[in-house]
Design a protein around this ligand. Sequence first.
Ligand code: SF4
Length: 193
Amino acid sequence: MSKISDILEQDTFSKADIVYLLQTKGEEKEKLFEKSREVKANHVGRKVYYRGLVEFSNICSKNCYYCGIRKANQNNERYNLTDDEILDAVRFSYENRYGSVVLQSGEISSPKFTKRITDLLKKIKEISGGELGVTISLGEQSEEVYREWHENGADRYLLRIEASDRELYHKIHPNDKTHDYGNRLKSLRQFKK
Ligand code: SF4
């Protein structure tokens, strides 16, 4: 068998395998794409699932260096959709048979913000009779807040960690209390819990 076929038969890949795959051209690249279509068909079939992503605000209290909407960036027109605008987008998603919606914004932590999201979650569940899945992506919050949102209709939470290596994490975030590596890990553990 050729080298590419050998690699594509594997379940796990070494760094050298991945570098090899990323450099494929011509016939080898076609084999890679063929394998990728096969894996996709086995796992999710030929259906396409729509997800309605509502980025309802770009206002953020943090300053991650890589991010265009960080607080210190003055070259940014800030916006914050109204609840009615958000719910119109949700209605559109439901009426057009989307499977789920995602509410995403910059990170704000305040009782007013928490309540706003809780109220929106309840309304989204009402609009779809609980049929629309709801993901939220609203940054680091306390365990109580995560719990409140989950109990009021959030099915999933999206929270990335841009670097799991502590040193690298501090290179791409300000090294202060608001951008604490430990807090990020804590949040991720709270979700598992
Ligand atoms: S918390 Fe999110 S939105 Fe805010 S600056 Fe960091 S990456 Fe950007």
